[in-house]
Write a protein that binds this ligand. Structure first.
Ligand code: DLL
Length: 433
């Protein structure tokens, strides 16, 4: 099912034309109405009339997370505050949050792209959607809420937390879809098992999981534990929230709503655009928003783009799974390590649960990596030799994937702290020194 066929299945040529028109309008709008953008463009010697088509996007300046902090809270708005009907924010690791303002039209775009996502998962107005993303400043809850309402579905706005109640409501009210982070979904899967209620009594068949990186292994795990199809949903506060992209039933890449958010892939070190298919930093320009349009926003997310038509019929560009963030990448003894690489190994092994923590430290000027991972209840054993053999096997696998030898620590089932929102996978003690 396709929510907006003309947009989602447009020919590449028509899409470029539409993107060109929308970019020109957006550039004119920010140049006229947003002082920091006007200044930036003048410094770069580029004027709105220099932008003739989407190909000219490379002439425009980048926007970074730092810009949003520097112009906190309202400096990047391109409309008066009287036009803003909603504020959302994302908490950074330090200091002030990043604040985004939406006009009524921006909220309509958000609902539209959300509707495309949920329709692509096969959801309809007949379905109950349990929204277990947090509600509030975080865009997850309200974004999934608007998406459900847009398709005419029934929203069950549980927000995150209160796990037992989540399971009870999921069962009693017949939730067909669950929208939450993949790590919270795993937590709910365990709780579902503990509840003792037979799985057949649940109507759940779709997961709308995102807000943090996850792997194919994690997908398999979630699908088998919950008896559902688990789909990716991607987004970020600065651009709009969840709904920037979504998977379809093919589960073969995340379609981006590129008629609203124009994607580029650049080399994160040089800022130079990379050809299709290459992995680099994802950059978005919003080309239809009014409240706080952003030009060439550097997401820090690493991925690649595929412009081939999808088997589902959509022509919209597909993004590969997010490998991690440029700033999530750990450099351990000079080797680049992403938590997602560790996760993929862990999910390969049936003896392990996908709950893990990477502890990085520096001992005698040498980096150390400890991988703590939970052993499955069925395999957890007091038998030393069994556990040692398992540890050896995992160490070996990780060594060949990562290129460094971690210290693997097998821990008891359910001992690693669970998250109800985005999971914390890394404890880098070196940063504290
Ligand atoms: O996480 C918006 C969202 C809510 C997306 C619910 C999907 C579902 P932020 O808190 O601003 O917004 O964080 C955005 O989270 O740059 C990625 O690094 C990461 N992220 C979001 N979705 C995915 C995904 C929301 N599907 C940041 N896969 C982004 C991997 C994701 N990473």
């Amino acid at each position: 099912m396709i929510w907006n066929e003309p947009m989602e299945c447009m020919s590449r040529e028509d899409m470029r034309r539409l993107q060109s028109e929308r970019l020109k309008r957006t550039v004119e709008h920010v140049y006229q109405n947003c002082e920091p953008y006007r200044k930036r463009m003048q410094e770069k010697g580029v004027m709105p009339h220099d932008i003739h088509s989407i190909d000219d996007i490379v002439k425009l300046p980048f926007t970074s997370k730092k810009d949003l902090r520097d112009y906190y809270p309202y400096g990047l708005l391109s409309v008066p505050i009287s036009e803003i009907v909603r504020l959302q924010a994302s908490s950074g690791t330090t200091g002030k949050p990043i604040v985004v303002g939406y006009t009524r039209n921006d909220l309509a775009i958000w609902a539209e792209v959300g509707a495309r996502c949920f329709t692509a998962y096969g959801l309809t107005k007949k379905d109950v959607v349990q929204v277990s993303y947090g509600y509030g400043l975080f865009t997850g809850g309200l974004g999934a809420h608007a998406a459900t309402e847009a398709i005419g579905g029934t929203v069950l706005p549980t927000s995150s937390g209160n796990t037992e109640k989540q399971i009870m409501l999921m069962h009693d009210l017949g939730s067909v879809a669950l929208a939450c982070t993949p790590s919270y979904a795993l937590f709910l899967a365990d709780a579902l098992l503990d509840s003792g209620i037979p799985r057949e009594e649940f109507k759940l068949r779709v997961g709308a999981f995102g807000a943090e990186p996850w792997t194919e292994g994690m997908r398999r795990d979630l699908e088998s534990k919950l008896g559902i199809k688990a789909y990716d949903i991607y987004g970020l506060t600065e651009i709009i929230g969840p709904g920037v992209g979504h998977e379809c039933v093919c589960q073969n890449g995340t379609h981006l709503c590129e008629d609203h958010f124009f994607p580029e892939i650049i080399n994160p070190d040089t800022g130079e655009p990379l050809p299709p298919g290459q992995t680099g930093e994802l950059v978005f320009s919003t080309i239809s928003k009014d409240g706080m349009p952003l030009l060439r926003f550097r997401t820090r997310d690493l991925t690649s783009l595929n412009y081939e038509k999808c088997a589902c019929g959509r022509t919209s560009v597909r993004m590969a799974r997010i490998l991690g963030r440029c700033d999530d990448m750990l450099i351990i003894r000079g080797v680049n390590v992403f938590p997602s690489q560790v996760e993929s190994v862990i999910c390969e092994l049936p003896e392990l649960e996908p709950h893990y923590l990477l502890v990085v430290d520096r001992v005698n000027n040498l980096d150390t990596l400890e991988v703590q991972v939970e052993v499955n209840e069925k395999f957890y054993s007091d038998e030393m030799t069994k556990m040692l053999e398992l540890k050896k096997r995992i160490t070996h696998r990780l060594q060949s994937v990562l290129g460094i030898t971690p210290d693997v620590k097998l821990v008891e089932p359910r001992s690693i702290e669970r998250s109800q929102g985005k999971a914390k996978r890394v404890n880098d003690k070196r940063k504290l020194q």
